[in-house]
Design a binder for this molecule. Structure first.
Ligand SMILES: [Zn+2]
Length: 280
C-alpha cells in the first residue's frame, strides 16, 4: 500500500492550495506508508497545481562562525563564556552562497530534494535561508537578506500564501518567528563569514518548542485533512501571523517552552538582544 498521487492531489485541491504560494513543513514518515513518487513526486504535484513551494533550508551548523568580542550583544540567548574570548584569525567556515545545496539533515527530505532542483531559488541568508520553487520562487527568495531573515514570510502573507503542516506540529512553523518580531521582540543575532573571511551578524530565529501553546489562538484558522496516516493542517499566512503576534503582544510568555533553562526563550521573551541595532 502507498499514498497515491490522486489522494495527494485531491488534498491539495480540497485544502484550497491551488495557485497559491505555500510554505511546507513536512514529515514523510507521518503518512505511515510510502508516498507515491516520494518527495520529488510531492513537489511535482504542488507545481502541477500552480503552487509556489517555500521551505526552510537552514544550515547553521555548516556556516555558523565564532564572533569577535565587538559583535556580542547582551541578552542574545548565548553564554559567551563558553566561547573563545576572541574569534580565531582563521576559521574553517566556508562562505555561504545562494548556489549552495548544503542543508541541515534535520530539515527533512522535502527541503533537500527541493534544493537539488536546478530551478530552485535560495535566499541570501547563511544560517536560516528559505528556498522556493514555482512561479513566485524568485520573488519570495529574493525578499531575504542577512538583516531580514523573514522577508519571504512577510511576502508569503502579502501574496495570500498558506502554511501547510504536513504531519508535524506548530513547533515546526517557522513563520511564527516572524510573528515574534511583529510582537516587538528583536530577533537573536548569530554570525557567519563572508568571501574575505570577515565575520558579519545575521538575524536568526529563536526557540520554537513552545509554539504549540499558540494552538488555542490559531486553531480556528486551520483547515485540516487526513492524507493516508498524515494529518495536514493549512493556515492562512496573513491571519496566522496577526493572531500569533496579537497573542504574544498580550502575553510574551505564551511561547515559553517546557525547558526552564532555555536561554532562547528567556532572552526572546524579555525582548531579545540589547543595544543599538547590531545589524545597522
Ligand atoms: Zn525554549
Amino acid at each position: 500500500m502507498s499514498v497515491s498521487t490522486q489522494q495527494l492531489s485531491a488534498a491539495i485541491g480540497d485544502l484550497g492550495l491551488a495557485k497559491r504560494p505555500v510554505m511546507i513543513h513536512s514529515s514523510l514518515r507521518s503518512f505511515g506508508e510510502p508516498v507515491e513518487g516520494g518527495a520529488d513526486g510531492l513537489l511535482d504535484l504542488f507545481l502541477a497545481r500552480g503552487c509556489t513551494i517555500l521551505v526552510p533550508t537552514f544550515s547553521e551548523s555548516q556556516f555558523g562562525a565564532v564572533p569577535p568580542a565587538t559583535m556580542r550583544p547582551d541578552r542574545n540567548a548565548i553564554d559567551y563564556a563558553e566561547m573563545p574570548a576572541e574569534a580565531p584569525l582563521v576559521q574553517q567556515v566556508p562562505e555561504y552562497t545562494v548556489d549552495s545545496t548544503v542543508v541541515n539533515t534535520g530539515m527533512g527530505v522535502v527541503p533537500a530534494r527541493l534544493l537539488a532542483r536546478p530551478d530552485a531559488v535560495r535566499g541570501l541568508h547563511p544560517l536560516n535561508s528559505f528556498a522556493a520553487l514555482g512561479p513566485l520562487a524568485r520573488e519570495l527568495a529574493s525578499a531575504q537578506s542577512p538583516a531580514d531573515v523573514y522577508g519571504p514570510v512577510r511576502l508569503l502573507a502579502e501574496r495570500d500564501g498558506a502554511i501547510l503542516l504536513m504531519g508535524v506540529g506548530l513547533n515546526r512553523m517557522t513563520a511564527l518567528h516572524c510573528a515574534e518580531e511583529q510582537s516587538g521582540r528583536r530577533l537573536l543575532v548569530r554570525w557567519a563569514r563572508d568571501a574575505d573571511g570577515r565575520v558579519f551578524m545575521v538575524e536568526t530565529g529563536s526557540c520554537s518548542e513552545g509554539f504549540p501553546r499558540l494552538d488555542p489562538f490559531l486553531r480556528t484558522l486551520a483547515r485540516t485533512a487526513s492524507v493516508g496516516g498524515s494529518t495536514w493542517a493549512v493556515y492562512p499566512a496573513k491571519e496566522t501571523l496577526a493572531a500569533a503576534s496579537a497573542a504574544m503582544s498580550a502575553d510574551q510568555t505564551v511561547t515559553r517552552c517546557a525547558d526552564r533553562a532555555c536561554l532562547r526563550c528567556r532572552d526572546s521573551i524579555a525582548g531579545g538582544p540589547l543595544g543599538a541595532s547590531p545589524l545597522g
